[in-house]
Design a protein around this ligand. Structure first.
Ligand code: GLY
Length: 333
């Protein structure tokens, strides 16, 4: 089992990565927890045994379930069962489950401990690590949430064996991001080591900037265009696939701005191609509309902010040249 520490002072925790990590649940429960509310979704075929009295709460399926109504339902179920702040929530599932159950844990009784058991590659390398929890509003994704660090995260590699191929590939899109945030030889590593390397990278970034005052923004590499493509909808794009297109877009943009050379753009393409990820902006939607959506992204604090590669590695850069944004987009059709 590989252990990675997320160093956050008295909120520090361990991430265990490896086959069978879920069996370490009892060991990572908070001291004194008498009950565990296990939150999951239909179709998640991973059973956990918290080793204390527990009850399974199954929230509805799909990304559509990630809304405030589900948080209310979970909190009411916890209250009916008698869950207290001395107990624990265990989230077993993909990012929808860990984000929603994590937020319910953050607000129920003003905060109960949560342990995440992410069952998707995307969850293991990103969503379950770092304490971002939250739900969507009709007005946009992840608009309501809280920073609520888990007690521990158990990344059980066995859970990935049964993922549908497209779901797995979507996780590879998020994994590919880390190849440009300083994780070397990622495609050559065995799966557990690759997941652990991504977790270690994210843990370091989060430890340095827990609440995204600055440096944590690099974790959004590739995400600015990705969010716009996902919001535009109608493309049947998974998150990680949209991130892959966003990564190649960000690389092309950085090249056009003179921040990186053609070889580095080629490196982006090679990593993404190695994971069989898409690299073209889907036709159909007007480029102006995509750029408008990019400008509305909630992470755009001032103007259009992209994470762009450069001599110091990826960093947040403001880009005001609309013609450049559009031209780069059209070049990737
Ligand atoms: N998924 C980006 C972050 O956790 O900051």
């Amino acid at each position: 089992m590989i252990e990675v520490d997320v160093a956050l002072g008295d909120r520090s925790y361990r991430v265990l990565v490896g086959a069978g990590a879920r069996h370490r649940l009892l060991e990572v429960l908070p001291v004194g927890a008498r009950r565990a509310a296990v939150v999951t979704q239909p179709g998640i075929d991973l059973s956990v045994d918290p080793g204390v009295e527990h009850r399974v709460f199954t929230m509805p399926g799909g990304e559509e379930a990630k809304h405030l109504g589900t948080v209310e339902d979970l909190c009411r179920d916890f209250a009916t069962w008698g869950l207290t702040r001395a107990d624990v929530v265990v989230a077993v599932g993909g990012g929808v489950v860990t984000d929603t159950a994590g937020f319910a844990a953050a607000v129920y009784h003003r905060g109960v401990p949560v342990v995440h058991v992410p069952t998707t590659l995307l969850g293991q390398v990103d969503a379950a690590i770092g304490g971002k929890t939250g739900v969507n509003l009709p007005e946009g994704k992840n608009l309501v949430g809280a920073f609520w660090q888990p007690e521990a995260v158990l990344c059980d590699i066995e859970a990935l064996a049964t993922l549908p191929p497209r779901e797995y590939r979507s996780g590879l899109g998020e994994m590919a991001k880390y190849a440009f945030l300083g994780v070397d030889h990622l495609p050559d590593l065995p799966l557990d080591e690759a997941v652990a390397a991504c977790v270690r990278c994210k843990a370091d970034v989060v430890a340095a900037d827990e609440r995204e005052g600055g440096g944590r923004a690099v974790l959004n590499y590739g995400h600015t265009l990705a969010h716009a493509l996902e919001t535009a909808g109608g493309y049947d794009l998974r998150h990680g696939e949209a991130v892959a297109i966003g990564l190649v877009y960000a690389a092309e943009l950085a090249h056009r701005l003179g921040r990186i050379d053609a070889d580095r753009v080629g490196e982006h393409r090679r990593v993404l191609a190695g994971y069989d990820l898409p690299m073209r902006v889907p036709g159909g939607l007007d480029g102006d509309q995509i750029v408008d959506l990019v400008a509305r992204d909630k992470k755009a604090v001032d103007g259009v902010t992209f994470v762009l590669d450069g001599p110091r590695g990826p960093e947040a850069v403001r880009v005001d040249d609309r013609a450049l944004l559009l031209g780069t987009l059209e070049a990737l059709r």
